[in-house]
Design a protein around this ligand. Sequence first.
Ligand SMILES: [Zn+2]
Length: 212
Amino acid sequence: MNGDVRRTVRAHSASIVCGMDKPSTFPFRFRERLYAAARLVPAVLRWPVTRLVAILLVPVAFCRAPGRARCLACQWALGLRFPAEDLRGLAPSALAAFTRARAEAFWRDGQVIGLTSGYRDAELQRRMFTEEVLRTGSVAAARHRVLPAEESSHVRGLALDVRPVEGARWLERHGGRYGLFRVYDNEWWHFEYRTAEPVRLPHPAEALRTRP
Ligand SMILES: [Zn+2]
C-alpha cells in the first residue's frame, strides 16, 4: 500500500466511528482542557463521571448523528476517560466493530473499554520486535510476545490491545457478535477483527502456521 492510499484509508477509518461520516470536530484546545480536567478525577469517581458525561453528551451527539447518538456520546466520553488512546489507522471494519462493541459494554453493562494500542506502522512494529529480540535473547522467544511487521495484525489495522482487564473479559464474552476475538492464550489484552471465530492459539509464534 503506498503512502497516499494509506493516508486515505486512515482518514476514512477515523471518520466512520459510530457510523459518523465526518471526523470529530471538538475544538482542540477545549478538548485538551477537558483531558486535563479528566486526569484530576479520583479513581473511585471515574465511572460515575464518565457515565454522567456520556449522558450529558447524548443531545449533542443526537444533533450530529440522530441514529447513533448514544454510540457517539459514549465514544466522546471514553475519549476523555482514555485520553492517550488513538483509534486512527484501524481498518474501517475493525474500528466500526470496536466502537459498537464498547458502546454496548458501556450502556448495557456499565463496563468501560479503552484502547491501549491499535494500528502500528511497520517501522514501529519492527522496532518493537527488535527490542523484544534484544530483551529475550532470541527471535523464537521474541515471537511469543511480538510478531515481525510483515506478520502483525496491528500493522494491517485489524488488532486491538484493550484495557482494563474487566473490559477485556467483557470483550472476550461478547465481542464475537461484532467479529472481535481474543486469539492468544498469553495476551488477555489482544483482540482481532475476524470474519469467523479463529482457533485460539497459545501465543503469537503459532500464528504463521494457522493464519488463513
Ligand atoms: Zn496486540
